[in-house]
Design a binder for this molecule. Sequence first.
Ligand code: T46
Length: 138
Amino acid sequence: MNYKQLNFQRHGDDRGMLVALEESKEIPFLVKRVYYMYDTVEGCRRGYHAHKKLKQVLVCVHGSCKIHLDDGYSQKELFLCKPYEGLYISSNIWREMYDFSSDAVLLVLASDVYDETDYVRDYQKFITTTRGNKNNEN
Ligand code: T46
């Protein structure tokens, strides 16, 4: 599955910690958009979609949350709880975010601007398209 757990360099001194993220360095694409979610309602599960082209890096800069990934063949659950760890998610991966702690702030760096036409929100359609594409490659 085309995802990667990233460990960012921490610049710490007696004042505290700092993490710097630069496009094409720590972030493996050019960053066109940044957004974040916070005050997520307890028990809420978000996402439920894949992206046709968009690549993203998720960083839980405060608190914690879990991420469910699915590439149409296998599934993975990841726990984000450190402000110096990122999760790179390539295109064509179904994602759901859940188990947000009440103080969670999930920061997302994205390779493109917001575009609703890039979303695949129907799971069956996602599975059919993903498996179809794979079969066509063989
Ligand atoms: C993703 C996961 C990790 C905007 O107007 N601009 C934006 O850039 C975004 C991301 C959202 N919105 C609006 C669209 C909706 O009315 O904000 C509302 C909530 O967005 P959405 O329901 O898509 O949020 P999530 O948490 O389901 O998904 C988001 C991203 O949309 C998605 O790309 O991969 O976070």
